[in-house]
Design a protein around this ligand. Structure first.
Ligand code: GLA
Length: 394
């Protein structure tokens, strides 16, 4: 949909002739470093060109009206600035409501109601962070409409708080950070304990990053996600009986091996092992990429998937099938699931010349095994959340 179409849709939906401002927040992929963020480890994500557009205008009263092009069945969702509490009936609109509530409560002056139209082109339930995208696009639109002075990191932390306390998923900071601080053609190495970060240019010579959507609905994903968080917390508590650490991300593999007997439960032990090994793997992968060693980077991606499959147990038949099929193709440097898992997307680094045969072959194997097709997109790495009114009118 073009911005012009969206403006027309805004005017039609909210019965106005005024021209709204346009904001955009991307989705993200994670190259490596999975389920390490809430364990105080490192992640290596990048923001992508798919994302969420928000067209917005202030109102003269305290009313809030939300509409999503992606969810016409829910119609216009209406509420008032004086009651921003979570309301299950408000469905997806709880994400922007949560942002308005938390930014307001942090002392920022959000003094009027708004009309906001959303349009997202991130594939549904794909694990490419559509929720962080809608949170962060709301953050930048509030910043723009109300002329707020918000540090980007503060906006990111408030968006994570919306996810944790308002929506109820105990997710780490990776998604909001990648969406908020993304940079064209770069990935971000982030230390989730200290929030120190650095950008790394993504130069893949003659290779492309292919996103493979398993099209598997991520049912119960949030309860299984919260269960993994809890298992890691229990493993950490056991280790803390002898070690002065505050997160699993502080341990080297050697330290973990020396002390793993302290972990009482075998399942918790496997979860913690993944967190520690994946964190080291992420730092190693970052270093190899800096050196231009794509082969090694690809191998580490593969190891990451195996660890998520065997120790963290968040892959499932769909992701495993698609990743195995990707590994088996000529020209694939590496492939792994990306995001929380339990369905959603995988990524693969594939030689440009082989991309077409890659898609055909992987899809054939996948649909024969699973019974329905996968979808493929080439990932373009774009900028983080921002206003795009100017860009659109050019
Ligand atoms: C989801 C969460 C992130 C992160 C990943 C797994 O995307 O929102 O915080 O934990 O899963 O790496």
């Amino acid at each position: 949909m073009s911005n012009l179409d969206l403006i027309q849709q805004f005017q039609l939906t909210f019965n106005t002739t005024a021209i709204p401002r346009t904001f955009f927040a991307p989705g993200r992929i994670n190259l490596i470093g999975e389920h390490t963020d809430y364990n105080g480890g490192h992640v290596f994500p990048a923001s992508i060109s798919f994302g969420t557009y928000a067209l917005a205008m202030k109102r003269n009263d305290q009313k809030l009206r939300f509409y999503s092009q992606n969810s016409p069945n829910t119609g216009i969702i209406e509420c008032d600035m004086t009651d921003l509490s979570y309301n299950a009936a408000h469905n997806w609109a709880n994400f922007p409501k949560g942002m308005i509530k938390y930014l307001g409560e942090s002392g920022l002056d959000i003094s009027a109601g708004m009309d906001i139209l959303f349009y997202g082109n991130i594939p549904n339930s794909s694990g490419l962070s559509s929720s962080a995208s809608i949170e962060m696009v709301t953050g930048v639109l509030l910043e723009g409409l109300f002329n707020l002075k918000v540090e980007r990191i503060q906006m990111i932390q408030l968006a994570q708080k919306v996810e944790n306390n308002y929506i109820g998923v105990n997710s780490g900071i990776m998604d909001q950070f990648a969406v908020g601080k993304g940079k064209k053609d770069h990935a971000i190495l982030l230390n989730c304990q200290t929030l120190e970060y650095q950008y790394a240019p993504i130069q893949l010579d003659n290779h492309a990053i292919i996103i493979i959507n398993t099209n598997k609905q991520r049912t119960l994903a949030s309860s299984k996600y919260n269960e993994r968080c809890l298992q890691c917390e229990h493993a950490l508590a056991d280790l803390q009986t002898a070690l002065p650490i505050s997160s699993l991300g502080e341990l080297t593999k050697q330290q973990f091996e020396q002390h793993k007997h302290l972990i009482q439960d075998d399942t918790n032990l496997k979860r913690a092992k993944h967190a520690v090994y994946e964190n080291e793997r992420t730092l190693e992968a970052f270093n190899e990429l800096q050196k231009g060693n794509l082969e090694k980077f690809g191998q580490l991606m593969n190891e990451s998937h195996l660890s998520l499959q065997q120790d963290y147990e968040v892959t499932g038949i769909e992701l495993d099938t698609v990743v195995q099929a990707a590994w088996d193709q000529p020209g694939t440097l590496g492939a792994r699931m990306t995001g929380a898992g339990f369905g959603g997307c995988a990524i693969a680094i594939v030689e440009n010349d082989k991309v077409e045969s890659f898609k055909t072959n992987v899809n054939k194997i996948y649909s024969e095994t699973i019974g329905y097709e996968a979808a493929f997109y080439t990932a373009a790495i774009g900028d983080g959340a921002k206003e795009i009114t100017e860009e659109c009118s050019k």
